[in-house]
Design a protein around this ligand. Structure first.
Ligand code: URA
Length: 204
């Protein structure tokens, strides 16, 4: 029901959008989650980073990329000389989806239906910010930005034209690097991620 989804009126600015998104019930993920984790950053940001969905720590803090994946993200930004405060950081899905496992909450991947429903918010963020560059961190983010699924292999590290004046850069999700068991592979992937962030540097 739109009246209960926080989408009864199109917000005019990001503050209004954030406030309305607090009440979003457009998909069932709102209920077990602590809160909506809306995007963070200036309304005139030249770059939007899009992740998949908030994790455990983001759900508790109400801010994107503050947990382990956020540390990998921050390190790559620092290596590329990018100040995170200049960018807008958000997620394709704005509630934490998880499976309870004892006292822990294990990340569960959002399905395409949930991504599609939440895309309303991402499109709004794009329209209100009109960035020069959108960076999709991983395949879920790329699918949400483009409106259809793509592989990282086919799209990575290329500038793809979106709407007037906006380009898309697809790269890996920082959690992918975190999960690599092999130290050499991890170092290699970290370097490749930093190289992609080097492309982003031209836009901030
Ligand atoms: N992973 C994401 O995709 N987004 C976050 O905000 C945190 C972890």
């Amino acid at each position: 029901d739109e009246a209960f989804s926080g989408r009864d009126k199109r917000p005019d600015d990001l503050d209004e959008a954030r406030e309305q998104a607090r009440h979003c019930k457009a998909c069932p993920l709102w209920e077990p989650a602590t809160q909506t984790v809306f995007g963070r950053g200036p309304a005139d940001a030249p770059v939007i980073f899009v992740g998949e969905q908030p994790g455990d720590q983001e759900d508790l803090a109400g801010e994107p990329f503050v947990g382990p994946a956020g540390k990998v993200f921050d390190a790559a930004l620092a290596a590329a000389g990018i100040d995170r405060r200049q960018a807008y950081v958000t997620n394709a899905v704005k509630h934490f989806k998880f499976e309870p496992r004892g006292k822990r909450r294990i990340h569960a991947k959002p399905n395409m239906g949930e991504v599609k429903v939440c895309r309303w918010w991402l499109e709004l963020e794009r329209e209100l910010i009109r960035p020069r560059l959108i960076v999709a961190l991983g395949a879920t983010a790329a699918a949400s930005v483009l409106g259809h699924s793509v592989t990282i292999r086919d799209t990575r590290s290329r500038l793809i034209d979106l709407e007037e004046g906006t380009k898309l850069l697809v790269t890996v999700h920082p959690s992918y690097i975190l999960r690599l068991p092999d130290a050499a592979a991890k170092a290699r992937e970290q370097a490749a991620f930093e190289k992609d962030m080097g492309m982003v540097k031209e836009y901030v």
